[in-house]
Design a binder for this molecule. Structure first.
Ligand code: B1M
Length: 216
């Protein structure tokens, strides 16, 4: 079986919500020498993208999306040891969460995983996180980076409230505010006064790591 065939099969199983098959096929692909990054991008993210399109056009509904999301999580867990290096030095502390009103956490968890893989100490605030919680955590725990994820156009504005809250609490100049998620763009990040936008989890981890090292 060539790489494309197994990647397509994993993607199809993910879309069908078959978590156990996703795990078994991902393990087979890894054993066959397919790079974990290729499985993540070519099968798991590709499969979720098809789910997103079908969700948008009402071909499928929340229950189907949830079982596909569960299969995605299983796939990411299977790849985790192969995506992150085991030999990392502590680099600095960051906090991460999905903004208030938003319950999407797959992308946020991917960012967290990549950050831990680079040796960052990550405080995971979960989903539906208020600006107050992001900022009080950064203040109390001495985080160098506040990482905000948003998947909804209706919640992305909360990121501006995080920036404003950090100013009001007097920590704005001490932290990098890093934002991302499907509706976010570099222009949006700039317009709300955030420091950095990245489109994917690996670049977010690189940006946070570089910032922490520059402030060490
Ligand atoms: Co939701 N949903 N959803 N959903 N859902 C979207 C986002 C949507 C685009 C679907 C669609 O219509 N095509 C749409 C939003 C439309 C809009 O705002 N314009 C939508 C909607 C409408 C909704 C509900 C309102 C539906 C309803 O109830 N009627 C509802 C809202 C609930 C809420 O949050 N309050 C809802 C619910 C759900 C489920 C619970 C069913 C489920 C979430 C399960 C979970 O997360 N545990 C779900 C899912 C799975 C999706 C889609 C299909 C997939 C999202 C995903 O996980 N993608 C999504 C469609 C889509 O995005 N194509 C959709 C995979 C993930 C790895 O990608 O999170 O983008 P993503 O992360 C990427 C990058 O964005 C980046 O890194 C990752 C890649 O490396 N990244 C960062 C993410 N965060 C970052 C942070 C960074 C840097 C990079 O720095 C800090």
């Amino acid at each position: 079986m060539d790489n494309k065939a197994i990647l397509d099969e994993i993607s199809a199983k993910l879309q069908a919500g078959k978590a156990r098959d996703v795990k078994a096929l991902a393990e087979k692909a890894l054993a066959d020498g397919v790079p974990a990054k290729e499985i993540l991008e070519g099968a798991l993210l590709a499969g979720m993208s098809v789910i997103g399109e079908k969700f948008k056009t009402n071909e499928i509904y929340v229950p189907e999306v949830l079982i596909a999301a569960r299969a995605m999580k299983t796939g990411v867990e299977t790849l985790k040891p192969h995506l992150v290096s085991g030999d990392v030095k502590p680099a600095g502390k960051v906090c991460i969460g999905t903004v208030q009103g938003d319950l999407h956490d797959i992308g946020k968890n991917l960012v967290k995983m990549m950050m831990e893989g680079k040796g960052l100490d990550v405080i995971d605030l979960g989903t539906d996180v208020s600006p107050e919680k992001f900022v009080s955590t950064a203040k109390e725990e001495g985080c160098k980076v506040i990482c905000c994820s948003a998947l909804l156009t209706t919640t992305m504005g909360v990121m501006k409230d995080v920036v404003e809250r950090a100013k009001a609490e007097g920590i704005r100049d001490d932290v990098m505010i890093l934002v991302g998620g499907a509706p976010i763009t570099a222009e949006f990040a700039k317009s709300i006064g955030a420091d950095k936008y990245t489109s994917d989890a690996a670049s977010a981890a690189d940006a946070a790591y570089d910032y922490c090292i520059s402030k060490a």
